[in-house]
Ligand binder design. Structure first.
Ligand SMILES: [Zn+2]
Ligand SMILES: [Zn+2]
Length: 398
């Protein structure tokens, strides 16, 4: 039964490949940054409306939601696709290269939007055999600007309330035919911090008159390296990176202030709490030791994306029936972050990766690289698998 479901969606997706690729290339030519996806949202709205879906626009500024009701009653599931591009100047010389200077689809969200529209069509055409309601969420501003949070604040999770959520990312570090659907945590929580140190400025020739925030900053940065190595269980994962330090204006002046910025990545609340606790203690203790004042601004960013084990396993089972899929893994994790977590939160969800790299064709640059591009055959794989996973879930839960 599930093998037939997957194969029929795959065949239908393959037949729609020319349309899906044309759309992906159109989005690629016209990339738009977070919360500015006006043209993209317009295309999405038109396609969903033409399919006969109930469409809501302007959700979280430029987000679009389409609702499709199956013929039989059943649960509501959320299917999420992101639409935004990045502030990167494209260096590919393809005919569908970006026509907007300094903006590029370098993460594959052009592909995700095209996949989403194809999934909407696949499920609309299969509607007679479907149970439940499918909520297509086309999200703006995934790249660190909080698009998912904006959509949730605008009621994306209300009326009808989804009981499960599905999302995916094309994955260019792995080849076409590779699928990862991981049990549990898959993408990390991403927090950011700013440490401000206030000392006493003065002449560099008489440091004893000053309270040097540069020396204090140097010791704090060194000490922060011990948090992950000494305070986090060796079997857990965390990253603490100091990425920016600013102080001073001249070679002969001890500055008054210093500022340190960075990020913390963790998978579980326990580890996150422990890292924050040690972070604060080290900053406060060393500031006291070096006679400077300190303040910490710690901003909790995206939460970790954590897959429901049962749903993740089901996606792996279904993936095995997708033609061309040769590698299915359960343990892929990344310290990157994703605001898909906003839609998963308390409800079971799964976020999986679809290999899209092709070394022979030179489609093997990483995400966010000015030469990023992927094998478009992955669009068919992605569309078939998302459609099958969602339809399978509502059929079994109905
Ligand atoms: Zn990205
Ligand atoms: Zn992305």
């Amino acid at each position: 039964m599930s093998s037939e479901l997957v194969r029929s969606f795959y065949a239908a997706a393959e037949a729609l490949a020319p349309e899906m690729i044309a759309r992906r290339r159109d989005f690629h030519r016209h990339p738009e940054l977070g919360f500015q996806e006006v043209r993209t949202a317009g295309v999405v709205t038109r396609v969903l409306t033409d399919l006969g879906l109930e469409v809501r626009t302007g959700v979280g500024q430029t987000g679009v939601i389409g609702l499709l009701e199956g013929e039989r009653p059943g649960p509501t599931v959320l299917l999420r696709f992101d639409m935004d591009a990045l502030p990167i100047q494209e260096e590919n010389a393809v005919e569908y290269a970006s026509t907007t200077a300094g903006v590029m689809h370098a993460c594959g969200h052009d592909g995700h939007t095209a996949i989403g529209l194809t999934v909407a069509r696949l499920l609309t055409e299969a509607r007679a055999g479907l149970a439940g309601t499918f909520k297509f969420v086309f999200q703006p501003a995934e790249e660190g600007l909080g698009g998912a949070r904006a959509m949730v604040a605008d009621g994306a999770l209300e009326g009808p309330v989804p009981v499960a959520s599905f999302g995916m990312h094309l994955w260019n570090t792995k080849p076409l035919g590779w699928i990862a659907s991981t049990d549990g945590p898959v993408m990390s929580a991403a927090d950011r911090f700013t440490v401000k140190l206030h000392g006493r400025g003065g002449h560099a020739a008489s440091p004893k008159e000053s309270r040097d925030p540069v020396v204090a900053a140097a010791h704090i940065i060194s000490a922060l390296q011990s948090v992950v190595s000494r305070n986090v269980d060796a079997l857990d994962q965390a990253v603490l990176s100091v990425t920016s330090i600013h102080a001073g204006t001249a070679f002969n002046i001890i500055p008054e202030t210093a500022e340190i910025l960075g990020t913390v990545r963790t998978f579980t609340p326990d580890v996150r709490d422990r890292v924050i606790e040690r972070f604060n203690a080290l900053v406060a203790g060393l500031a006291t030791a070096f006679e400077v004042e300190s303040s910490v601004e710690y901003q909790s960013g995206t939460k970790a994306v954590s897959n429901n084990a049962e749903l993740a396993a089901r996606v792996r089972e279904l993936a095995a029936f997708v033609p061309g899929v040769t590698h299915i893994v359960a343990g892929e994790r990344t310290m990157g972050s994703e605001d898909m977590s906003e839609f998963m939160d308390d409800r079971p969800g799964v976020y999986f990766f679809v290999g899209s790299r092709n070394d022979e064709r030179g489609l093997n640059f990483g995400h966010h690289h000015p030469r990023f591009d992927f094998d478009e055959r992955a669009l068919v794989t992605g569309a078939a698998l998302v459609a099958a996973a969602a339809a399978d879930y509502t059929a079994r839960a109905a």
